[in-house]
Design a protein around this ligand. Structure first.
Ligand code: NAP
Length: 288
């Protein structure tokens, strides 16, 4: 039987509806509108689309968003200065620096310079450490979105073997960290480009998360019958968006699977909105 589709669009709509209601309540109680400042350097077409989608999503939920566009030849100091200005601006609750930055800029010190209380992407070492210790402030949006999907679909993670392909700081590592937290209680294996015989490992996965960045990397015979397959990948192939999983083949084996597009992508944006509201609550002292 083909796998059930995990509909990221529908689940993210439910999250956004909740954020919209909670934002209206917050604004009524405090008179403050949660405000996301997005920084876009250069003119990478994909980044422009991502930032525009984030702005639109903010507006629909009653959040304020401001876009700071900087030219491709912006210097490290100029970008650092903008982040410092946004840190100092009390009307800004969340700061997002769209990645990737142009090659001449070093992202790490820029992300480190964002105040942890405004770091709605959850990339700051302070927030990463808190996540690892199980006392999160902001969780990274993509892995948090995946956890939300699993929860929404009633997919049990406790005692399950979760295999994550990819060990990036923004997806793979935090994904593994969230799956092993108390409460999620999965047994986690993280694979990467040096992993030997990856198929032998993925075939043991009750939950398989692919965050590789290679179109259709996960073939049907790498999926255990009945597994839940989460495809984080977004790859552009001949103007078509393709995931990291061979969807047609994996659907024949898996019990449930996320599509691309319409899977994890919309969840990432929904969790960013959630974090922006949370940042405004933090700033107003209505949460700790
Ligand atoms: P990344 O930084 O390039 O990391 C890719 C990971 O895959 C690395 O850890 C790499 O291993 C591993 N890998 C590469 N080739 C491999 C191979 N042959 N076998 C096993 N592992 C291999 O990418 P990322 O930022 O994590 O993103 C991954 C994918 O998710 C991309 O398609 C990206 O566009 C997508 N993405 C989607 C969202 C969303 O909202 N849905 C958000 C973020 C990213 P090494 O560490 O050994 O190099």
């Amino acid at each position: 039987m083909p796998a059930a589709l995990i509909d990221g669009k529908a689940i993210s709509a439910a999250v956004r509806q909740q954020v919209t209601a909670d934002t209206a309540e917050f604004v009524a109680a405090t008179g403050v509108t949660p405000h996301l400042a997005a920084v876009l350097v250069g003119d990478d077409p994909a980044s422009q689309v991502y930032v525009r989608n984030k702005e639109r999503a903010c507006e629909k939920c009653g959040l304020k968003s401001t876009l700071h566009r900087l030219p491709a030849d912006t210097t490290q100091d100029q970008l650092a200065q903008l982040v410092a200005d946004l840190n100092a601006d009390d009307s800004v609750h969340g700061i997002l620096v769209q990645l990737p930055l142009p090659a001449h800029l070093n992202a790490e010190p820029i992300l480190d310079a964002i105040l942890p209380a405004k770091d709605v992407d959850g990339f700051h070492p302070d927030n990463v450490g808190r996540m690892l210790q199980g006392r999160p402030r902001f969780l990274p949006c993509t892995p948090h979105g995946v956890m939300k999907m699993l929860e929404h679909e009633g997919i049990e993670t406790s005692g399950k073997h979760a295999v994550v392909i990819g060990r990036s700081d923004i997806v793979g590592k935090p994904m593994g960290a969230l799956l092993i937290q108390r409460g999620a209680d999965a047994t986690v294996t993280i694979c990467h480009s040096r992993t030997a015989d990856i198929g032998a490992i993925t075939r043991q996965a009750d939950i398989l998360v692919a965050a590789v960045g290679i179109p259709e990397f996960v073939k049907g015979d790498m999926v255990k019958p009945g597994a839940v397959v989460i495809d984080v990948g977004i790859n552009r192939v001949n103007d078509r968006l393709v995931g990291d999983v061979d969807f047609e083949a994996a659907s024949q084996t898996a019990s449930a699977i996320t599509p691309v597009p319409g899977g994890v992508g919309p969840m990432t944006i929904a969790m960013l909105l959630n974090n922006t509201l949370e940042a405004a609550r933090l700033a107003s002292g209505t949460t700790d």
